[in-house]
Structure formats: C-alpha cells, structure tokens
Design a protein around this ligand. Structure first.
Ligand code: NAD
Ligand code: UFG
Length: 346
C-alpha cells in the first residue's frame, strides 16, 4: 500500500514526505511544480536515502489522476496541492476558487472510482476568520473568512465532510495549520517562495542575510502587549509529523475529524524579530508601517485535541525554528536554484 501525496514537492509536502519515508511508508508524490522545483526530489533522496515514486501531474487532470490510481496501490491520500497566497487570492478570486475546488473535486472523484476512502487535508487557521478570543479551539465558530483563499479552505472542509457523510470517503482528517516556519535540520529542504515573500519568516530570513533591506512591521497598535500581531508559529517538521500521526489514526478510525496543528503559544512580530536576531547573531532592521488589511490581532491554537486523539504534540521551540530557517537560507541563498557544489554537497 502506498500513500499518495499531492503537492509533495512543496514546502510542507516535502517535509511530510521525509517523515513518511522515515516512518516506513511508501509514497507516490503528484505535483505539477507550479510552486516548487524538481530539485526538491533530489534533496528528498539525499535526506532519506529511500526510494519513492513521483508523477508530474496536475491534480485537476482527471485522466492523469485515474492513471495514478490505476498504476499504484494507493491506500490513503494526503492532499497539499493548491494555491495558497492570501493577497493573490484577493486579486484573482476566480483563479483561486476554480483551482482549489477543482483540484479537490477531481481528486475525490478519482478516489471514489478507485475506492480509496482515506484523506488527510491541509486546512488552515484562516477558517476561523477573526476569532474573538484565543486560544482557538476546533469547536469555535467558522468564518466569515477574510479572503478568497480562506473561503476555499472553508468550502473544501464542507465538501469533504459531506463526502464522508455520504460514504464517498471513509476517513476525512482536516488539519488546521497555524503558522508553519523553519526547515529540515539538514538545510536541504525549506520554504522557497517565488519573488518577494509575503509571510513574516521568509521575509525576515532574507533581511537577515542582506537580500532585502528591512522588514516592514505591519502595525504596532494592535491590542497586544507590544502592539504587534501575535501568531502561533510551528516548526514545519513538527507539522509534518502531525500528518504521520493523523495518517496512522485515519487508517484505523473512520469519520470526519478536525485538529488544530499549532504549538499553543503565541509570539508577536517583535518577539520573532528578537528570537531571529538571537538565533543568528545578526540584526534584522525594520520599520513600522500601517496594518495589513485583513490581519487579525491575535491567533494561536489550543492544540490539546491533537495530543489527546492523535498522540501528537509539537516539540520544537521558536529558537530551533529560527536556527533551522536560517540554515536553509544561508545554505541556499537562491532557494532550490542555488548551484549546489558552491554551497554544499550531498
Ligand atoms: P506550496 O505552494 O509550497 O506547496 C503546494 C504544492 O502543490 C507545490 O509544490 C505546487 O507545485 C503544488 N501544486 C499546486 N497546485 C497543483 C495542482 N493543481 N496539481 C499538482 N500540484 C499542484 O505550499 P505549502 O506552504 O507547502 O502549503 C501546502 C498546503 O497547506 C496548501 O494547501 C496550503 O493552502 C496549506 N496551508 C499552508 C499554510 C502555510 O502557511 N504555508 C498554512 C495553512 C495551510
Ligand atoms: N507581518 C509583518 N510583516 C511582514 C509579514 C507579516 O509584520 O512582512 C506580520 C503580520 O501582520 C502578522 C504576522 O507577521 O501579524 C504573520 O504574518 P504571515 O503573513 O507570516 O502569516 P499570517 O498569519 O498572516 O497568514 C498565515 C498563512 C495563511 C494562513 C494564515 C492563517 O500565510 O496562509 O496564516 O493560518 F491562512
């Protein structure tokens, strides 16, 4: 039995593939490299020294998906593939609704046809909209979401629940990620955004090594102790391990299950800057600007349900997240396009 990982060449998918392979699972990755690079596959081999299958395919292509399910004995699917930029989704809502929903429709149609009933889905804390209080529990009200990307996550959650209720799928595990950051300790895989990063950590990493001049802190007038926004940052390797824990449960326990995947601890933007400076010994110049539209003041999880039911808990703290993010940045100044012999060998 193999595990199909859609979007397995991406940031979270690649780290999850490492953890799956190291836990003894056989995997098939399906990715169209729309937001990743083929080089990541060499890095997965370098880290794990284990074989895996790869299919270059668009999840929205029904013929390609059927061919994957025909060719391999797939027992479960971990579904990462999709578009994920909040700002871009506001500019191109049709593209986001069409892409993310059609990817899930096509995948589920192919799963139904091939009688594969087990799905783990990448959801997001964004489905909670602007929660009134923190920590956020899974039973908090959902929405209204603040952007089309977030709405596609909420819609996909609803669709997958309905499919499970109707018996099209047997096990649906919805993992609501908080803020994944960091990189694998090898420095071989990490987050490689196209162009100028939108998210805090990739931006800080580039400022820290002088590739960008300074960070803009989006607001210091939030009702938080230092005025900047608070988030629940989680090491991507911890997040990857949450998928392995969810998979183990999903293969045994049917039904729809929802879990927050975070550390349960919030850090402000200024605390993250200080942590990054401490971890690297380099200053992170910044200026304070206006708030970014759509940002909430505080968002952090209550992750206790995942600990109770999945037996999973985040292990790494903020310092480790910063050290690993910096190792990835300094070893790969141009991401996966870095000429490998110049910086490291594997
Ligand atoms: P990513 O862009 O690095 O990875 C997504 C991968 O899917 C990429 O390799 C891309 O090439 C591939 N892909 C996209 N559309 C595809 C398609 N139609 N067919 C085949 N492959 C396709 O993103 P990520 O940060 O690893 O996020 C993975 C998932 O987790 C996404 O669904 C995202 O919405 C969700 N998520 C991410 C975050 C975050 O902060 N990174 C937070 C919450 C949820
Ligand atoms: N921030 C800055 N400057 C920057 C970037 C971010 O000050 O250049 C601040 C933001 O205002 C926020 C915090 O840093 O307070 C974190 O911002 P990110 O963009 O890194 O993350 P978000 O919490 O806004 O969004 C992330 C994911 C979304 C997901 C959301 C909820 O990018 O996909 O978490 O889970 F929907």
């Amino acid at each position: 039995m193999k595990i199909l990982v859609t979007g397995g060449a991406g940031f979270i998918g690649s780290h999850t593939c490492v953890e799956l392979l190291n836990s003894g699972y056989e995997i098939v990755i399906a990715d169209n490299f729309s937001n990743s690079k083929p080089e990541v596959l060499n890095r997965l081999t370098a880290i794990t020294r284990k074989p895996f299958d790869f299919c270059e395919a668009d999840i929205r292509d029904r013929v390609a998906m059927d061919a994957i399910f025909d060719r391999f004995d797939i027992g479960a699917v971990i579904h990462f593939a999709g578009l994920k930029s909040v700002g871009e989704s506001v500019e191109k809502p049709l593209e986001y609704y069409s892409h993310n929903l059609n990817a899930t429709f096509t995948l589920c149609e192919s799963m139904e046809k091939h009688r594969v009933g087990c799905l783990i889905f990448s959801s997001s804390a964004t489905v909670y909209g602007s929660p009134d209080t923190a920590p956020v529990r899974e039973d908090f009200p959902l929405g209204p979401t603040t952007n089309p990307y977030g709405e596609t996550k909420l819609m996909q959650e609803r669709i997958l629940r309905d499919l499970e209720s109707a018996g099209v799928l047997d096990s649906v595990y919805l993992l609501r990620y908080f803020n994944p950051i960091g990189a694998h300790e090898s420095g071989l895989i990490g987050e490689d955004p196209n162009g100028i990063p939108n998210n805090l950590l990739p931006y800080i990493s580039k400022v820290s090594v002088g590739k960008l001049p300074y960070l803009s802190v989006y607001g210091n007038d939030y009702p938080t102790p230092d005025g900047s926004g608070i988030r629940d940052y989680i090491h991507v390797v911890d997040l990857a391990r949450a998928h392995v824990a969810a998979l183990r449960c999903a293969l045994k326990k049917k039904g729809t299950h929802v879990y927050n995947i975070g550390t349960g601890r919030g850090y402000s933007v200024f605390e993250i800057i200080a942590a990054y400076e401490k971890a690297t010994g380099r200053k992170v110049p910044y200026v304070v600007t206006d708030r970014r539209p759509g940002d909430v003041a505080v968002s952090y999880s209550d992750p206790s349900l995942a600990e109770k039911e999945l037996g999973w808990k985040a292990e790494y703290g903020i310092e480790r997240m910063c050290v690993d993010a910096d190792r990835w940045q300094t070893k790969n100044p141009d991401g996966y396009e870095t000429i490998k012999d110049k910086f490291f060998q594997y």
